[in-house]
Design a protein around this ligand. Structure first.
Ligand SMILES: C[S@@+](CC[C@H](N)C(=O)[O-])C[C@H]1O[C@@H](n2cnc3c(N)ncnc32)[C@H](O)[C@@H]1O
Length: 247
């Protein structure tokens, strides 16, 4: 099994690090489901590393792009693109069949995160792992406050679903405790929590483009800060790796 290509993008490096460590625990090709996997930003590199990936996504356009990317990368035979709703996962993926399920940036927009996570758990083999990435309410509060939108920030502190205003593109954001509770309720035991994009969205782009070594320094900082409170807790997203318990 090949190693996953070096993942040096500061915005996703910690997620790839966690995934690579998880996949390295077993030999050979693993069966991966990517719920709401979109255009294949995760699926294609995972297939390139030798794994079999099924992407279940509601968007035909995203799946068309995924199919093109998979062909361009020479991994079309290891990626299956299935149009479907995350709610229907149990009808699409055989129960207990997956080694790893990715559910990245999807729980914010589905009708019922609890139902989707139950379906995720059901399609995992016992001891299989779920990789869940969610938007963090704390980051949204701080971003709004620091840009001077203090009334909105104050409302967001209290808003039951972590969203305010009609222009919000998400249905909900998560607090770390809420996300852990949802995973536990679905029969998934959380083993690792990391902050993703602790400062990557805040560092001026011009600095990264012009300052020698700035990209490498940001990458190193993101990796180091991702597992330490309180830095982890204010990251734009929270990544949770959870394991299906034996049944
Ligand atoms: C923000 S993108 C994330 C894509 C990918 N997971 C990633 O991290 O790069 C959200 C994806 O979820 C898909 N999606 C939204 N609602 C969905 C649903 N109810 N069922 C399945 N996919 C859905 C969208 O089509 C889109 O591709």
């Amino acid at each position: 099994m090949e190693r996953i290509r070096a993942h040096t993008a500061p915005r996703t490096a910690i997620v790839w690090t966690v995934l690579e460590r998880e996949l390295a625990q077993r030999d050979g090709t693993q069966v991966i489901i990517d719920v709401g996997g979109g255009t294949g930003g995760f699926a294609v590199p995972l297939a390139e590393a030798g794994h079999r990936v099924t992407v279940v996504d509601a968007s035909p356009d995203a799946l068309a792009t995924l199919t093109r990317r998979a062909a361009d990368a020479g991994v079309a035979d290891r990626i299956e693109a299935v149009q479907g709703d995350a709610d229907q996962l149990a009808d699409i993926v055989p129960a207990g069949s997956a080694d790893l399920v990715l559910c990245h940036s999807v729980l914010e927009v589905v009708d019922s995160p609890a139902d989707v996570l139950k379906a995720v758990a059901a399609c995992l083999r016992p001891q299989g792992a779920a990789s869940v990435l969610v938007a963090n309410r704390a980051a949204a509060v701080l971003t709004r406050a620091l840009s001077g939108h203090l009334t909105t920030a104050a409302r967001l502190l209290e808003a039951p679903h972590g969203v305010v205003g009609e222009r919000d593109t998400l249905l909900r954001r998560f607090d770390i405790d809420t996300a852990v509770g949802l995973l536990n309720a679905a029969g998934l035991s959380v083993e690792q929590i990391h902050g993703v994009r602790v400062v990557a969205d805040l560092v001026p782009g011009a600095l990264l483009d012009t300052e020698p070594g700035a990209h490498e320094a940001l990458l190193a900082f993101e990796l180091a800060a991702s597992e330490r409170s309180p830095y982890r807790d204010i990251a734009s997203q929270v990544h949770l790796l959870a394991r299906r318990q034996e049944v």
